[in-house]
Every structure is written in structure tokens, then in C-alpha cells.
Design a protein around this ligand. Structure first.
Ligand code: PCA
Length: 200
């Protein structure tokens, strides 16, 4: 199986993004029988659609896993749904702050992953890694990315797409009020387990 994993560049005042650190480590370790491509996406409401589209065109993956960082979380969050709206309190990396702007006019209000999210969560849990299913991907760039990923998946990605939010990893440089909660190794094991389960 050929799979595309995307992570994000740093954003706001984070010096690095756990999603990209985990994606590169995952690609270094690999998963047996699976060809893994990784691509970094911009934290930009306006540029991420094209970046994701061209990554999918370049790799023609059979499955797509988009990974992002959710600093307040303490579990690996498997996202169920992308909402057709952009809204933010702080700007993206271009300084854009959308105020309840639709992602795609006249398109569905929400898109759902077609992957078996409960089975995927269970398999990660069985490996002893903290995981949860989330019904909100937020309204920031990750949600915007997920909306496009699910649209692309319906069109041309055989085994579908899913968005995964990771907490900060232990050792990550952060602001004093933020708490890294998960060893990087757990994140990589979680992603490897997810890939094996999708490949099943
Ligand atoms: N997290 C942000 C965007 C990039 C990232 O890693 C989000 O949750 O929307």
C-alpha cells in the first residue's frame, strides 16, 4: 500500500510542530509492506488547499493521513468530521483571520471520514497509547485541510482519508503555560498502528 502522511510547519508561537516531527520520525522508522510519503503543509487557510492537492497528485496515495498539532490535548485524537467553515481568533501564517467564512460555497456543511474510526481507535488503544475520537477538528487550518482531504478522498483516494491531531510531545519547546503530554515514541507507534490497520 502507498500512503501519504502530511504534517504542518510551525505556527503561532510554536518553535516546531509535533505533527511534522512525528511524521518525519515515522517515515524514518517505516512500516513493513507500506510505502510512506510525507509532505509538509503550510499553516495557511488560502494556500493549503493547493498544497494538499499537488501532494496528492504527486504521490497518488491509496490512503491519506493528515496530521496536525493540538497543544491542549493529551491523547491522539482521531477526527471524525470536517466542517465547512473557517473561523479564528489568531491569524494563520499569512496573518489571515477568517470570521465565519465558508470553505466552499454551496458545498456540504460537513464531511465525514469513511474510515472505520472506532476500529482504528481500538487498535491504537490496544497498543497502550492514549487515543480518543473527536467530533470537532476545530475551525482553524487543520479543519480546512481536512475538508479538502475528504473531498479529494471521495474523488480519488481508494481507502479514504483521516485527520489525526497530536498533543505536544515530551521534550518539545513550548510556552511556559503549555504542557507536553505524550512521548514522541507513543505518537509514532500510534501512527504505525493506524497505518497497519488501514492496510489490513
Ligand atoms: N494545528 C492547527 C493548524 C496546524 C496545526 O498543526 C489546527 O489544529 O488547526
Amino acid at each position: 500500500m502507498k500512503i501519504l502522511i502530511t504534517g504542518f510547519e510551525p505556527f503561532l508561537d510554536h518553535a516546531e510542530n509535533a505533527s511534522w516531527v512525528a511524521a518525519t520520525e515515522l517515515s524514518r522508522r517505516g512500516v513493513e509492506g507500506v510505502e510512506i510519503a510525507i509532505e509538509q503543509l503550510p499553516v495557511s487557510f488560502r494556500r493549503v488547499k493547493e498544497a494538499l492537492q499537488s501532494a496528492v497528485e504527486r504521490h497518488s496515495p491509496e490512503a491519506l493521513i493528515m496530521v496536525g498539532q493540538a497543544a491542549a490535548s493529551d491523547t491522539i485524537r482521531l477526527e471524525r468530521i470536517a466542517i465547512n467553515m473557517m473561523d479564528a481568533k489568531s491569524g494563520d501564517n499569512d496573518g489571515y483571520i477568517p470570521d465565519e467564512v465558508p470553505i466552499e460555497v454551496d458545498q456540504p456543511a460537513a464531511l465525514f471520514t469513511t474510515m472505520p474510526i472506532k476500529r482504528l481507535a481500538k487498535s491504537i488503544e490496544e497498543r497502550g497509547v492514549a487515543v480518543s475520537i473527536s467530533n470537532s477538528c476545530g475551525l482553524y487550518v487543520c479543519n480546512r485541510t481536512y475538508y479538502e482531504g475528504l473531498r479529494l478522498a471521495a474523488e480519488r483516494i481508494e481507502r479514504g482519508a483521516i485527520f489525526v491531531h497530536l498533543p505536544l510531545y515530551v521534550g518539545q519547546r513550548t510556552k511556559p503555560n503549555q504542557k507536553p503530554t505524550m512521548p514522541l515514541d507513543d505518537m509514532v507507534v500510534g501512527l504505525q498502528t493506524l497505518i497497519n490497520e488501514i492496510d489490513d
